[in-house]
Design a protein around this ligand. Sequence first.
Ligand code: ATP
Ligand code: MG
Ligand code: MG
Ligand code: MG
Length: 564
Amino acid sequence: MRTSQFPLSTVKETPADAEIASHKLMIRAGLIRKLAAGIYTWLPLGLRVLRKVEQITREEMNKAGALEVLMPALQPAELWQETGRWEKYGPELARMKDRHDRDFCLGPTHEEIITDLARNELKSYKQLPITYYQIQTKFRDEIRPRFGVMRSREFVMKDAYSFHLDQASLQQTYDVMYQTYTNIFNRFGLKFRAVIADSGAIGGAVSHEFHVLADSGEDAIAFSDSSDYAANVEKAEALAPGGERPSPAQTMTLVDTPNQHSIEEVSQFFQVDATRCLKTLIVRGENAPLIALLLRGDHELNPIKAEKIPGVLSPLQFASDEEIVAACGCKPGSLGPIGLAMPIIADRSAAIMSDFICGANQEGKHYSGVNWERDLPLPEINDLRMVVEGDLSPDGKGQLTIARGIEVGHIFQLGNKYSEAMNASIVNEAGKNQIMIMGCYGIGISRVVAAAIEQGHDERGIIWPNELAPFQVAICPMNMYKSDRLIDTVEKIYTDLLDAGIEVLLDDRKVRAGFMFSDMELIGIPHRIVIGDRGLDSGTVEYQGRTDKESQEVPFAELVDFIK
Ligand code: ATP
Ligand code: MG
Ligand code: MG
Ligand code: MG
C-alpha cells in the first residue's frame, strides 16, 4: 500500500471523553471514529488490525474442529422467553418491535439462537460432539459505554457453542477450547492469564476468563507464577480458605459492579488512595442500591465523607478503622488480611459493612451477584473473603500477585441450562431422547485491538505486536520522494518486500521526514526503513524497529531476510 492510495487519518487532538491510552491512540492514529456513545466506525487502518484478530481466531477455531456459522443480529423474543432471559436480562438487552408489533432484540450473545438451531439440526448422538462458532456483531446497551471499543455498545465477538451427550465430552471440548484460546492469545503476541471466573449472567458451573494484563484493566486477577492457580479476584474471594467468621447481621444482596463506577471515581469520592482499593461494588440493600469500596487490609482509613451522589447518599463519617470494626462487631484482622466495604447510606452502613467484610450469613438469604441490572442468584457470600497481594495460593504453591486485567475471552461449561429450557434433545445410543449439554466460548474481537494497545504503547504512539500490526514495514523515502534515482530504488525495495509476503506501507507523500516518522510511530508500524541519497551511494537503508533506540544500516540485498 501507498499512503497516496491509503490515506492516513491521523489527528493531533484527543477527544475529551477518552480516558485511557488505547482510546486516545485509536482516535489519534485513525483506527476508529465515534458515531454515537459506544458505537464506532472502523477506518481502513483499524479494520486491517481487526481482521487480523478475526483471522487468527478463525484459523485456530478451525484447527480445533469448530464449524463456522453466521447467525442473525436480530433475534425474536420468543426464543428468549423460552429460557426466561427476556425478563431477566435487564436493560442491557436492546429490545424493539417490528411493524407488526412483534418483539425482537439485538443479540448480546447467541445461546438461544444456537440452541434453537441445534434442536432442529441435530438428531442423533452420532452428530455429537459438535462445536459451532461465528464472528459477528453483538449489541449490549451498556450502562456506561467507555474506553472506545473496549466497552462499546456494538462490538465484534467470536462466540462458539458446543453440544454434547455427556459431561466427559463437554470437559474434553472445554479443555480443547482452553488450549485453543491459549494458542490464539499467544499468536496475538499479548501477555495474558487464564483465570478461574464467575459464570455470571451466562450461567453454568465451570468457567475461565482470559485476561490481557494491563494497568487500565477493569478487573483484578490473582495469580502466582509458581502455582497453576489463577483467579479473577471476584472468584478468588469465594475460593480462598475461610477465616474466623463473626456472627451474621442482616439480609441484603451483594451485587458486583465492575462497570458502573470506576475505582478512581469511588476512591476519589471517599478520599482514599486509589492504589489501596481492590474494587467497587454495588450492595443492594433492602431499600436502595449502595455503593461500596473494597480496600486492602493495610490501609489507613481517614474520616470518610460521602455526600455527593444525589438520591443515594447521605453523609457518613467514620473516625478510624477501630470504629468501623467495632461497628461491624468483628475483631480486627479476624479474617486474615481484612478488607473494608464502605456503603454510603449512613443508617445502614455498619450492618452492611459487617455483612460484607465478614461474608457472614444468617437465616436470611445472602447472594453475591453480577451486574446489578441483571438480578441473578450466585453463590452465597458465606464464603466471601478478601484476597490480597502476598496471600498463599489455595494449592499452597506460591504467593499471589494481584494485577489488573482486561477480560478478552470467557469460556463456560453451561451444562443443560439452555438445552433443557428449550428442549434441545437428541436420540442417544439406546434410542431414547436425551437433553444435550453445552459449552460456550467467547472472545471480544474488537476489545482485543484496544487491549493490545493498552499493553503496547509509548508516548509516541502504538507499538503493535508483529502479528496484529496493520503493516509490518513502513518505507520512508527522504527528500520528498523527488529524485528518479531514489524513486527507482524505493520502488524496487517496495516490490521485493511485497513479493516476500511482507505487508508494506510506502509513504509516498511529499512531506518532511519528521512528519512521516511521527505518523508511522503513532500508527505503530514495527519496522521502519528510511531510504535517502546517502544510502543510494552505499547501497544501504536505515532500519529502525519501533522500540529500537537507534537506527542501523542494512544493505539492500539483505533487507528481506533481515525483516523476515
Ligand atoms: P465484561 O465483564 O467486560 O462486561 P462480559 O463478562 O459481560 O464482559 P461475556 O458475556 O463474557 O462479557 O462476553 C465475551 C467477551 O466479549 C468478553 O470476554 C469481552 O471480551 C467481550 N465483551 C463483552 N462486553 C463487551 C463490550 N461492551 N465491548 C467490547 N467487548 C465486550
Ligand atoms: Mg458485561
Ligand atoms: Mg465479565
Ligand atoms: Mg465474561
